[in-house]
Design a protein around this ligand. Structure first.
Ligand code: AHG
Ligand code: MN
Ligand code: MN
Length: 332
C-alpha cells in the first residue's frame, strides 16, 4: 500500500500560508502585508472568473469611455478596476490606491490613521486581446506610504527600487500568480476546484540563452536605429519571435523560458508606451529578482525617477545575456 506522503501532492501550500510563513521570519511584521496580498488574491480570483465568463455574461467589448491616457476602456477594464478598488479598499493598512484606469490616486487614509502602504495596479493588462480569448493579466506593486508627503501623486511617485512587493496574475490557460517581496520570485497556480492559489515554484530563475525576442516588430521602422540593427542581427543569428501583445503573458513566457522583451520608444510614443509605475517597475523587480535585467533606455528601470503617476518609459527586459545583446546595439 502507498504511504500517505505519496498519496498527498507536494504543493499544498496556499498563497496565504506562504505569505504568513514569510512574515513570521520577521518578528516586527504586523500581518498587514499579508492582508494586502489576500485582497489581491481575492480580486484576482474574481477577475479570473469574470474573464472566463465574459462572453457568456456579455461583458466583452468597449465600455464607450476613454481612460485618462486616451485609451478606449473595455467593459472588463472597468469591472476589474472596481473589483480591485473594492477588495483593497477594505484593508485598513492601505493609504493610497492608484490605477491605470483612474486619473488621480485614491486617498483612503493618512499615515496617522494607519495608512502604511500604497498599492498601484494595472487592473487588466492586454485588454484589447479579451475579445479573442487570449491571455490577459493584472499587474500590481506595493509601496510604503511616507506620512510626511502630503500630495498623493508625489507619495506614489517612488522609484522601483523602493517597491516592497510586486507581482502579476496571468489569466491564461491556467491562472498564475507571480510574486516577489524582494527575496526571489514565487509562483502560484489557482486551483479552481478549491479556490486557492497553490505554491508551485520557489526562487524562480530566468533561464539563460534562449534566442527569442518579444516585440511588436511591425513598429520596427519607428524604433531607434540600434534596435533595428539588433533585429537584423537577431534574424541572422536564427532567433525566434513570440509576441502576444499582453505584457503579462509576454513577460511570463520570458520569465519561464528566457529571452528578451522589448517595447522601445517609437515615433508615435517617443517616451515609450508602457507605464513606469504599474507596468514597467513591477515587471522589472520580478525579472531582476529572477536573475534578469531590466532597462528603460540607458537607465536601470528600477532607478528611473517618476515624474507623474501615468509616466511612460521604454522597456527592455529579460535574460541578462539577451538584454546585453540588445544594449550592445542600442548603444552603438
Ligand atoms: P493595457 O491593456 O493595460 O493598456 O496594456 C497594453 C500594453 C501591454 O499589455 C502590451 O505589451 C502593449 O500594450 C501592446 O502594445 P502594442 O499593441 O502597441 O504592441
Ligand atoms: Mn497594461
Ligand atoms: Mn490595463
Amino acid at each position: 500500500m502507498d504511504s500517505i506522503e505519496k498519496l498527498v501532492p507536494d504543493n499544498l501550500t496556499s498563497l496565504q500560508t506562504h505569505v504568513l510563513a514569510e512574515e513570521a521570519k520577521y518578528p516586527e511584521a504586523t500581518g498587514d502585508f499579508s492582508w494586502i496580498i489576500s485582497a489581491i488574491s481575492l480580486a484576482g480570483k474574481t477577475i479570473a472568473n469574470k474573464v472566463r465568463r465574459a462572453r457568456l455574461e456579455n461583458v466583452l467589448g468597449s465600455h464607450g469611455t476613454e481612460n485618462v491616457q486616451g485609451e478606449v476602456q473595455q467593459k472588463l477594464d472597468v469591472i476589474a478596476n472596481e473589483v480591485l478598488l473594492r477588495c483593497l479598499g477594505e484593508r485598513a493598512s492601505i493609504a493610497v490606491l492608484a490605477s491605470e484606469e483612474d486619473q488621480e490616486p485614491l486617498i483612503l487614509r493618512s499615515g496617522k490613521e494607519g495608512g502604511k502602504y500604497c498599492v498601484l495596479f494595472d487592473p487588466l493588462d492586454g485588454s484589447s486581446n479579451l475579445d479573442v480569448a487570449v491571455g490577459v493579466g493584472t499587474i500590481f506593486t506595493v509601496l510604503r506610504n511616507d506620512p510626511n508627503v502630503k500630495n498623493a501623486e508625489q507619495t506614489v511617485c517612488q522609484t522601483g527600487v523602493q517597491q516592497v512587493a510586486a507581482g502579476y496574475i496571468l489569466y491564461g490557460s491556467s491562472t498564475i500568480l507571480v510574486l516577489t517581496t524582494g527575496h526571489g520570485v514565487d509562483m502560484f497556480v489557482l486551483d479552481q476546484a478549491i479556490g486557492s492559489f497553490l505554491h508551485v515554484k520557489q526562487g524562480l530563475r530566468i533561464p539563460p540563452g534562449n534566442k527569442t525576442y518579444s516585440v511588436n516588430e511591425a513598429y520596427a521602422e519607428q524604433f531607434p536605429t540600434g534596435y533595428r540593427t539588433y533585429l537584423q542581427w537577431a534574424h541572422e543569428q536564427g532567433y525566434s519571435s513570440r509576441y502576444i501583445g499582453s505584457m503579462v503573458a509576454d513577460v511570463h513566457r520570458i520569465l519561464m523560458r528566457g529571452g528578451v522583451f522589448l517595447y522601445p520608444s517609437t515615433t508615435k510614443n517617443p517616451g515609450g508606451k508602457l507605464r513606469l509605475l504599474y507596468e514597467a517597475n513591477p515587471m522589472a523587480m520580478i525579472i531582476e529578482q529572477a536573475g534578469g535585467l531590466a532597462y528603460s533606455g540607458p537607465q536601470r528601470t528600477l532607478e528611473v525617477v517618476p515624474t507623474e503617476l501615468h509616466a511612460r518609459v521604454p522597456v527592455l527586459l529579460g535574460s541578462p545575456e539577451e538584454v546585453e545583446s540588445v544594449r550592445r546595439f542600442s548603444q552603438e
